[in-house]
Ligand binder design. Structure first.
Ligand code: URA
Length: 423
């Protein structure tokens, strides 16, 4: 059995741990036999001297082995998992999962709750009254058979090591080491059992990866780990300098995704993001054998993607009529703050992080794990980067709680702090 202090010392001096040592460290930690201070010291050493590719692969395997692994024996459709590294206004999964289900794929997706300026898919879905995400594997399997997609809460039995390591990383500022990030994300994808994995790697001010080199390094390492585990992986690197689409806030984002699929209100940026990832998924499964983009657009225009969305929401217990009623009631009873342009110009910048933090402060997200979310509050960005605006034109609409203490002027100023104009 290795000596824990020797593993910490070796990492601190830039040495590498072998697969057996990493497996031992992970197993001991999950068994509660590694004190937090020693694990934290090892994590900090990883941040200073980094994990090499072999260590990252071995750590990912040790993470996967720390818990249950899903096997989908009876699903006839090709299984695809889609994961986003997180961004502001990123509601792609809400539209893409049922859309790809309509295209004949099966998407068993596990998601988390949001913390900080990026929203979590589970929080968005919680805006739909009755929508259940506490699904076990048989329930997920039934949804894949009947609808073709499901979005469930991350099961505590899958990769318990990640939960433990992540909590310590979060508390010790050791999150952003590439090898630790790849092991954390890819272990959960591998344990989920899909043969095909599409990674949406967001890059920019509102994202986990601040610049293209960081996003590319993650994508390359994640794809390699996936391939070595026998999976097909595609990575799409997407900018996140401004929020994705119009809405930032849980119910507002559900409305935007539904508006795209129903044809009620187009969202060109969301449509483009879904198409890029959707084509990547279909190419992974079928190869570049057909014009997958045209197929996806046909499913949108025929209403098949919208029907799939409605079937999916109902199958997970969601009451769409109650959601629409709640949205109308919130529009009437919550304060609406309009942000207008004071002069003519072109919007050059709309900082995703600033908008994400504003939405979070309005109650759409959590600064701390215990914070309670209000599903109806949020921000609608009506002008996007590149748009020309006239004096008095609406730039944004904020939906805020009736008891929000800030004045309209203060809230508008908080939004305008995200914006930069060129005359
Ligand atoms: N998301 C994860 O699940 N893990 C990380 O380490 C970073 C982002």
């Amino acid at each position: 059995m290795p000596e824990l202090r020797e593993l910490i010392r070796r990492k601190r001096h830039g040495g590498a741990l072998d697969a057996a040592e990493l497996r031992w460290l992970v197993d001991e930690a999950v068994a509660g036999r590694v004190p937090d201070y020693q694990l934290a010291a090892w994590l900090m050493a990883c941040c200073f001297t980094h994990l090499n590719a072999t260590e990252t692969l071995a750590l990912t395997a040790a993470f996967v082995g720390s818990g249950e692994q899903l096997v989908w024996n009876n699903v006839t459709r090709p299984l695809v998992d889609k994961h986003s590294t997180g961004g502001v206004g990123d509601k792609v999964s809400l539209a893409l999962a049922p859309w790809l289900a309509a295209a004949g794929l099966a998407l068993p997706k596990m998601s988390g709750r949001g913390l900080g300026h990026t929203g979590g898919t589970l929080d968005k879905l919680a805006a739909i009254p009755g929508f259940r995400t506490d699904l076990d594997q048989p329930a997920m399997q039934r949804l894949l058979d009947s609808v073709g997609c499901c979005i469930a809460a991350q099961s505590p039995t899958l990769v318990p090591a990640d939960k433990l390591f992540y909590a310590l990383r979060d508390a010790t500022e050791t999150v952003d080491e590439l090898g630790l990030i790849v092991a954390s994300i890819m272990s959960k994808k591998l344990a989920c059992g899909a043969q095909h994995i599409v990674l949406d790697v967001k890059c920019g001010s509102g994202a986990f990866f601040p610049n293209p080199p960081a996003a590319q390094a993650f994508a390359a390492m994640a794809a390699r780990i996936g391939r070595e585990a026998g999976r097909n992986v595609a990575c799409v690197i997407a900018p996140m300098e401004q929020p994705l689409g119009r809405a930032v806030g849980n119910a507002l984002e559900v409305q935007e995704a539904a508006g795209l699929l129903s044809g009620g209100q187009d969202s060109p940026e969301l449509r483009a993001a879904c198409l890029e990832l959707g084509v990547a998924a279909l190419e992974l499964v079928h190869g570049a054998t057909a014009d997958h983009g045209t197929l996806l657009l046909d499913l949108l225009e025929s209403g098949a993607a919208w029907e799939s969305f409605q079937r999916w929401v109902a199958a997970q217990g969601g009451d769409w009529a109650a959601f629409e009623h709640g949205a109308a009631s919130a529009a009437a009873h919550y304060r609406q703050v309009t942000v207008t342009a004071t002069s003519a110009g072109r919007l050059e910048r709309l900082d995703a992080l600033t908008v994400g933090l504003l939405a979070c402060d309005l109650g759409a997200g959590r600064r701390n794990k215990e914070d309670v979310i209000d599903p109806w509050v949020g921000v609608e960005c009506l002008a996007k980067v590149g748009d020309s605006v006239e004096p008095g034109q609406e730039l944004a609409r904020l939906t805020v709680m009736p008891q929000e203490p800030r004045t309209d002027e203060q809230l508008a100023a908080a939004y305008l702090a995200a914006a930069g104009f060129a005359v």
